[in-house]
Design a protein around this ligand. Structure first.
Ligand code: NAD
Length: 361
């Protein structure tokens, strides 16, 4: 076995149908008294329900979270937290809402603690990472800071029943992407590899059941369990070509987060396949355990997405052919660890296949 370093992050996880009911107990457990409840405008009703549940422990609701955490929104949320005397945040929603909670925690002065309780309603996994992101002047800055890692995560599958099927599928593919890249991370370790494989299996197991019945609580639990495992992998080890490409495509060309991950993943895996055979074998093993047919990892992932009605081409999610050259240039601007060296020509070809939605070998 290779030598490795593994740092366990100290997030408390409360998991199960109805777990939202434990929120008051969890806030008290943190030693906090007044929570600012965060959500997107679309999930304001859920945020108000949470505030009601909290009663006196609610400082108020800030329902203006937006994709990629615009700095103006982060500042407004921070000012609101201060005005209302909040000493913690409850973020109910996907990565955008968790991200807003992180942006508040990041700027709180060094002497104060501002814990976040995350209640994820997608499978993006941000709740398990110390990674923050804020967008200023059209540029998204990201970084790592242990202060932004949520102190407590409440995974309640009942809250995910309303997640539309299309986003359910692409968000689960987003989770699979964290795990897949974690399996070939230069700083990977046997513990995150276990989590990654189990996360892929659980996500792929949930999808057919959710397509048949979006309210299937057992399958919703599997998907959230996958989000937890895959998010933990994302938070612990370095991501490679796939995540860098998605960051560029999402940020520069304003493409939707989970869809970009879904489309790009099979092509990024095909690019890395020969350089990371063990990771590919583990991805296939996880998908086979979930009842998927075998084949290459890239093809198996492509087929999983396609079988559940997800987009398979960059074209159909709004990327122009004329932007592919620029995307390839941006992708090789900074070098970073990836199983296969970053070659501009091969990445341009990868993007072309992803644009067309070609099925990998
Ligand atoms: P999102 O949070 O933007 O949510 C998409 C939309 O779905 C929103 O309008 C949201 O309100 C709605 N929604 C969420 N859950 C719902 C539910 N259960 N029912 C109905 N509607 C629901 O999407 P996302 O994919 O979860 O997050 C994407 C963002 O998170 C990106 O900005 C990405 O960069 C970031 N992210 C960060 C990390 C990290 O570690 N920092 C990890 C993953 C994603």
């Amino acid at each position: 076995m290779q030598s490795f370093v593994y740092t366990a992050a100290a997030t408390r996880v409360v998991f199960g149908a109805g777990a939202l009911g434990e929120l008051g107990r969890e806030i008290a457990f943190l030693g906090a008294e007044r929570a600012l409840v965060l959500s997107t405008p679309g999930q304001a009703a859920s945020a108000h329900r949470v505030a009601e549940l909290l009663g006196e422990r609610s400082a108020g609701v800030f329902a203006q979270a937006r994709m990629h955490v615009p700095i103006e929104i982060a500042r407004a949320a921070r000012a609101e937290a201060q005005r209302l005397g909040a000493d913690c945040a409850v973020a109910i929603g996907g990565g955008s809402t968790t991200g807003l909670g992180k942006a508040i925690a990041l700027e709180v002065d060094g002497t104060r603690r501002f814990p976040i309780v995350a209640i994820p309603t997608t499978y993006a996994g941000s709740e398990m990472t110390p990674i923050w992101g804020v967008t200023e002047g059209g540029v998204k800055k990201t970084g790592r800071d242990p202060r932004v890692l949520p102190a407590t995560v409440i995974y309640d599958p009942e809250l995910t029943v309303a997640l539309p099927l299309a986003l359910t599928v692409t968000s689960a593919m987003n989770a699979i992407a964290h795990a897949a890249e974690g399996l070939y991370a230069h700083d990977g370790n046997p513990v995150t590899a276990l989590m990654a494989e189990e996360g892929i299996r659980a996500a792929a197991t949930a999808l057919p059941a959710l397509r048949a019945d979006a309210g299937d609580l057992e399958a919703r639990s599997d998907a959230l369990y996958a989000a937890w495992l895959c998010g933990t992998v994302l938070g612990n080890v370095a991501m490679g070509l796939h995540h860098k490409l998605c960051h560029t495509l999402g940020g520069t060309f304003n493409l939707p987060h989970a869809e970009v991950h879904t489309v790009v993943l099979p092509h990024a895996l095909a690019y890395n396949a020969a350089a990371a055979p063990e990771a590919m074998a583990r991805i296939v093993r996880a998908l086979t355990a979930a009842g998927r047919p075998g084949g290459s990892a890239a093809r198996a992932v492509f087929d999983l997405a396609e079988a559940h009605g997800a987009p398979t081409s960059l074209r159909e999610i709004g990327m122009a052919q004329s932007d592919l050259d620029r995307a390839a240039d941006l992708a090789v601007q900074n070098q970073y660890p990836n199983p296969r060296a970053l070659e501009r020509g091969a990445i341009r070809a990868l993007l072309q296949r992803a644009h067309e939605g070609a099925r990998p070998d």
